[in-house]
Write a protein that binds this ligand. Sequence first.
Ligand code: A5A
Ligand code: MG
Ligand code: ZN
Length: 467
Amino acid sequence: MEFSEWYAEVLRSAEVMDVRYPVKGLYVWLPYGFEIRRRVIERLRRRLRETGHREVLFPTLIPETQLERESEHIAGFEDEVFWVTHGGLKELDEKLALRPTSETAIYPMFALWIRSHADLPLKVFQIVNTFRYETKHTRPLIRMREITTFKEAHTAHATREEAEEQVREAFELYSSFFEELGVPYVASVRPEWDKFPGAEYTVAFDTLMPDGRALQIGTIHMLGQNFSRTFEVTFETEEGEQEYAYMTCYGVSDRVVASVIAIHGDEHGLVLPPDVAPYQVVIVPILKKGVRKKILRKAREVREELSEVARVKLDDRDVSPGRKFHYWELKGVPLRVELGARELEEGTAVVFRRDELERETYSLSELPDVVPRLLEEVQENLRRRAWERFEERLHRAESLEEVREFVGEGIVETGWCGSEECGRRLEEEVEGDVLGTPYPEEREPEVERCPVCGEPAERTIRVAKTY
Ligand code: A5A
Ligand code: MG
Ligand code: ZN
């Protein structure tokens, strides 16, 4: 099955999202999907708090004059802004934008909050919905017009070095967040022509979808003093002078959830990493006439015991075991405990692993030790498997022909002389997008020449077909 089709089908049948909402690019989170989303967000939130970020919540609406203050920023976003023009029947004196991102909402307030160097660094984040009138093909979680889970962090610092250090901290934070979810990635400094509007430079994380196309799953922007000059975010230095703050911002979205689903899933449906699975273990009693009650009683006992070590669901619906197996496989539950008459007699249970589709029998008494161990194994196995597949699809190419050969299958690395002209030619010649140069910066490029002009390569450059 083709990836697009598989993806749409799995979101529907595993009850992650309902795509029938009658506005293009807007979708409904269903309870099961919402639980996955909640667990992903909580991990991120914890990491942000641990690194000194404080959570805030800004309004959704941004006045036109404020949105348009930073010229590069608005030039980059003007095609994508949804506008509120009326209050009831009355036309508003000033149009209000539905935030496409919140720099222009947050920085005027930073200007009020920051007085002296003692107020710095200032590190805040919010997890909100944002709106972008996307014109490329919309798709749930991947390209939405209402991005429902937009985590944006915004920071202000006294020096450029501290802001650079913040970029590195954000890189570490996102790297470990993706690691934890088993989502493989490369990080690249985006080329000048594809950086965030208003930024000095952008570092982006890209992963690969099963169809070989790259998906940008997070970005970190060094804003320098661009926005602080526009929004007058100034502070008094120790020497008593007024200076513009150095700023950074970084964001991830629902695309992280999309990656977890797309990267680990298989032909039977979702395969969820135990850390974010709503249920980690499902118990399916195999009820047989005569011993029905006994089996159910045992199943409840096992549920009680396992609840101490995992999130457990006992499926005691009046439905055939086969259908339950199918149902929970589709939903990606990492472990299934099967309990039937024979197991009851022997004091055992069969444990099925969703990742490897393998069964093994354990004694009931060892289950409370076995389950946490297996959950860890599943988590690690998914991560390892995903990285293996990812690395298989990272290619190195010396010539344009070679780049062309691999570019539909994954991410291709080649040499680059560093000129924008060659970068753009490369995109045209191979019908792909330049992802950028490796971050953190490498010592020497692996490929010696720029395949476009033949001059010595200064950098490695990455190309892929993208979402
Ligand atoms: N304020 C900064 C952080 C910002 O807006 N950066 S960004 O434009 O790059 O967006 C942050 C992340 O949101 C992107 O890296 C991408 O992963 C995700 N994103 C962007 N547009 C999206 C869309 N239409 N649907 C889902 N996710 C999107
Ligand atoms: Mg492009
Ligand atoms: Zn060149």
